[in-house]
Design a binder for this molecule. Structure first.
Ligand SMILES: NC(=O)c1ccc[n+]([C@@H]2O[C@H](COP(=O)([O-])OP(=O)(O)OC[C@H]3O[C@@H](n4cnc5c(N)ncnc54)[C@H](O)[C@@H]3O)[C@@H](O)[C@H]2O)c1
Length: 260
């Protein structure tokens, strides 16, 4: 018996990266997974889960529209008959550099996918979740402090932190927990250009140089935290956002004595 045996999990943004790693891990733990993404890679993730002996259904759709999410929920209920876990994970950066002239439409598209999307997913899943249900949202260290992402991205992820806290409170008495993870710099398709560029210039050792572990993270390391928060092992953890960042967000900028 795995820790997720008999449970069904919906994972958005599961065409690759953190979402795919979470799907594979939860399925290994016995969960039936519904993997959703706007990209066809969701089908590939489902095939990987099945190849490993698990149960998976893919839905290729926009996870930040009412109709898209309602379709995912309907498929989960039709194929697996229940929804126990939601990992609201789909997101975009909207560009990697902070820009002071970001257009309103570009700002709102980041908000739509990163903040409205998780809200729609929570709202649409809740009526089908019972006591013991667990929701995990992917926030970011960029939502905790400045310096880890562009302006709309960071603001949207700060919104996700609030979404976790406020929905956890609004669910008082329902026995459904809502938590989040705040990844640091993780190697996924989202950050691939950064990692590839550093490697091409022989600067791989600079990746993650600002955190005490002195490296970037892997998607599987975030998936482990998501799985913990979604599992009964975290039965008294609620309304929290766990930074999984090698201690990047634990520190203040520090000027070494030699440079003063
Ligand atoms: N990689 C990092 O360093 C890092 C750090 C902090 C937070 N995050 C967050 O982790 C989450 C997963 O990102 P990742 O790093 O695995 O990168 P990723 O690009 O592999 O995953 C994001 C997925 O979301 C999907 N997506 C985007 N818009 C969508 C939409 N409208 N509907 C459905 N799917 C959509 C993408 O197609 C993609 O597969 C994101 O929310 C991201 O902001 C990543």
């Amino acid at each position: 018996m795995g820790q997720f045996t008999g449970k069904t999990a919906i994972i958005t943004g599961a065409a690759g990266g953190i979402g795919r790693a979470t799907a594979l891990l939860m399925a290994r733990g016995g969960a039936s997974v519904v993997v959703a993404d706007v990209q066809a890679g969701a089908e590939e993730t489902a095939a990987m889960v099945r190849d490993a002996g698990g149960r998976a259904e893919a839905v290729v759709t926009d996870c930040a529209t009412d109709a898209g999410v309602q379709g995912i929920v309907a498929r989960a209920l039709e194929v697996f008959g229940a929804i126990d876990i939601l990992h609201a994970n789909a997101g975009i950066t909207g560009g990697l550099m902070p820009k002071l002239d970001t257009a309103s439409a570009d700002f709102m598209e980041v908000m739509r996918i990163n903040l409205l999307g998780p809200w729609i997913a929570i709202r649409e899943c809740l009526p089908h979740m019972g006591q013991g249900g667990a929701i995990v949202c992917t926030a970011s260290v960029a939502g905790l402090r400045a310096g880890a992402g562009p302006i709309p991205y960071s603001a949207s992820k700060a919104g996700v932190v609030s979404l976790v806290q406020t929905t956890a409170m609004a669910l008082t008495g329902r026995g459904i927990r809502v938590n989040g993870v705040a990844p640091g710099l993780i190697e996924t398709p989202m950050t691939a250009p950064l990692f590839d560029d550093a490697r091409a210039r022989g600067r791989e050792d600079r990746i993650g140089q600002l955190n005490p572990l002195r490296r970037g993270g892997q998607a599987e390391e975030i998936a482990e935290a998501v799985a913990f928060l979604a599992s009964d092992a975290a039965s008294y953890v609620n309304g929290q956002v766990l930074a999984v960042d090698g201690a990047l967000s634990a520190q203040l900028p520090f000027t070494p004595k030699w440079s003063l």
